[in-house]
Design a protein around this ligand. Sequence first.
Ligand code: FES
Length: 286
Amino acid sequence: MSSTGSTYGGSSVGAGTTHQASAPDTDVLGVSPVPAGHLVAEVVEDLSVFDGVTTERARAIITRYPQSRSALLPMLHLVQSVEGRVSQAGIQFCARELNLTAAEVSAVATFYTMYKRKTCGEHLVSVCTNTLCAVLGGDEIYQRLGEHLGEGGKRLGHNETAGEPGSTGSITLEHAECLAACDLGPVIQVNYEFYDNQTPETALDLVQALQRGEKPAPTRGAPLRDFRTAELELAGFWPDDEAGYRSTVDGPSAAVETLRGAKLAEDRGWTAPAMPNPPLPEVEKK
Ligand code: FES
């Protein structure tokens, strides 16, 4: 299993910890067998995987919001930083801390694709197969990586993992919808960091390096972390040495291609017509 390898504190939480997932991959929608006379019985999970540090972090997240239920999205990322997925225990942990029902938390956790129902590998490799990237080679990249990571002639499928989930070099593969970098397609993300202008060959080199335990630098942005550390950052917790960390971020994010249209307009003196500014409609008071 992986550890963060760094000390993460955030604004009000202390030293980092090493997280391990021990529970099997029960789907977050899993429920117990239906006993006679009942429709559904909720299994009460052992929440001990969410230790004191995690609980303290959860409560620090909650204090950021005027209404506690607004903390659910970052809390689900926090849960994934511990278990590499959102498990039934993670659902119940969030429900307990936010005074919500497990059904309310499940409804959110199963809506967004960033919340995983199976334990992810050390790295989550997301291949954009949306229209533009697909025609530029994204489909071929996804196919090539699936073949490389599969076994016995069977291609690795969407959200499947090659290697023991969480162990060094393990890879979860997914195809993704537009990753908002169409100007640099075909793109891949690893733990949500960008690798731009890929080909099947460069993508394969990247994945093979990840399998060897290397962390090739993304094209732009922050250095590559493992999936669970990225999830901790998405929950809002940064290394205690935040200034040192920020100095490693390679920006800016806007590439030459990103700004080409604006540059053309500037060179040619093109301007956009003024935006109409009609008054906002009156809202009927209830
Ligand atoms: S279509 Fe791939 S980033 Fe937009």
